[in-house]
Design a protein around this ligand. Structure first.
Ligand SMILES: C[S@@+](CC[C@H](N)C(=O)[O-])C[C@H]1O[C@@H](n2cnc3c(N)ncnc32)[C@H](O)[C@@H]1O
Length: 361
């Protein structure tokens, strides 16, 4: 291996990293100001956009042109701005099925918490994400954004899901975040011999709707807390799939899991501790028949914990917010699955930090 002479090294790799929050905040503030919504309605000149958003002239051209250089907006030769393809696909509130604005609003509200990282990591305290969830439309109760002391029961991230009236904004946004991973799940696995797929912790049913839509021979069972039932049946009904999907209410910790040919555990492991994660894998094993498959999907760290940055950063975000939400590697998942009795265990990348680990009973 050749080493580049030291005087060839530019400081700008480090400076670009140190100013990365400028780009991040430009995106998040543009979202708050309604830039993408205004341009989803129609393309506008800088002047029209400024007037629509009700903002002063100073700094706006730089804000809009930063978004152009970040490939979130396009600007024509005549100075007309429009959403660039990625922003049009994922930041367009007029097309809610792919919109991840709620998830970004959650990240934006976590910005203040991350600014306390220097104190948070040494103290072992958790950040209370309740405010962040409220801003994203997920609506966890209480809050104030203060750090929650390590070892306390408060778990705003965990609490964001179980209550039906808290589901809409945040969970819809998580479905948008997962859109490309869901598309990969529909194609990266051989669904031909599968009859019934069970999604444990199915939430509204976005994953099942996607799979059943892509594979007309599949039937689905969504398993989640009883309060989620109406949301699930409504979602599958709207997708025209209610005839091929049913909901089973239960508690993953105390009830047996429904059986099927394939069983999904998607991000239900995330807020649990290591013992609970392994318990769920054993319960999944018990629920499957011989030859059945367990698919675990979610953000995984790479096995050596140094290749992908998004993996450990997502893990850090989780451990700052959730009771026991430490990131896990694919190797840990494979080890727990092997311990439960699964064989032919493989892991594949889906999208961003999202991976799937598959094992056969
Ligand atoms: C983070 S969401 C994951 C949703 C979906 N599987 C995904 O990958 O996006 C966690 C889901 O687990 C469900 N859940 C949490 N605790 C549960 C429990 N004790 N029993 C059954 N479901 C539970 C929540 O209601 C929620 O729908």
């Amino acid at each position: 291996m050749t080493t580049r002479p030291r005087n060839d090294l530019s400081p700008h790799k480090i400076i670009a990293l140190a100013t990365a929050f400028w780009s991040s905040k430009v995106l998040l503030s543009a979202l708050e100001l309604g830039v993408f919504r205004a341009l989803a309605e129609r393309p506008r000149t800088g002047e029209e956009l400024r007037a629509e958003l009700g903002i002063e002239e100073r700094g706006t051209a730089d804000l809009f042109d930063s978004l152009v250089s970040l490939e979130l907006l396009d600007r024509s030769d005549s100075g007309v701005y429009r959403n660039a393809p990625h922003a049009d696909a994922y930041l367009n509130p007029l097309r809610p099925e792919g919109d991840i604005s709620g998830y970004l609003a959650f990240l934006n509200a976590g910005f203040a918490g991350w600014s306390r990282l220097t104190e948070g990591v040494p103290s072992g305290d958790r950040l209370d994400f309740a405010d962040a969830l409220s801003s994203s439309g997920g609506g966890a109760n209480g809050g104030g954004g203060a750090p929650a002391a390590a070892g306390t029961e408060t778990d705003a991230l965990g609490a964001a899901f179980p209550t039906p009236d808290q589901i809409t904004g945040f969970v819809r946004a998580v479905a948008g975040y997962s859109a490309a991973a869901y598309r990969a799940l529909a194609t990266e696995f051989d669904w031909t011999p599968v009859g019934t797929v069970v999604d444990v912790g199915c939430s509204e049913g976005a994953l099942l709707a996607h799979l059943l839509g892509a594979h007309p021979h599949l039937h689905g069972i969504g398993f989640d807390l009883p309060g989620v039932k109406d949301r699930f049946t409504g979602y599958l009904d709207d997708a025209g799939l209610a005839g091929r999907a049913r909901f089973v209410a239960g508690d993953i910790l105390t009830d047996p899991l429904p059986s099927g040919d394939v069983l999904f555990l998607g991000r239900v492991l995330r807020d649990g501790n290591r013992d609970i994660e392994q318990l769920l894998i054993r319960k999944a094993y018990d629920a499957l028949g011989p030859g059945g498959s367990l698919l675990i999907h979610g953000a995984l760290l790479d096995d050596d914990r140094h290749v992908t940055t998004t993996g450990p950063l997502t893990g850090l975000n989780d451990s700052l917010g959730a009771a026991d939400g430490l990131g896990r590697t694919g190797a840990e998942c494979r080890e727990w699955m092997a311990k439960a009795g699964f064989r032919n265990i493989t892991s594949n990348h889906l999208d961003g930090p999202e991976h799937m680990v598959v094992g056969i009973k």
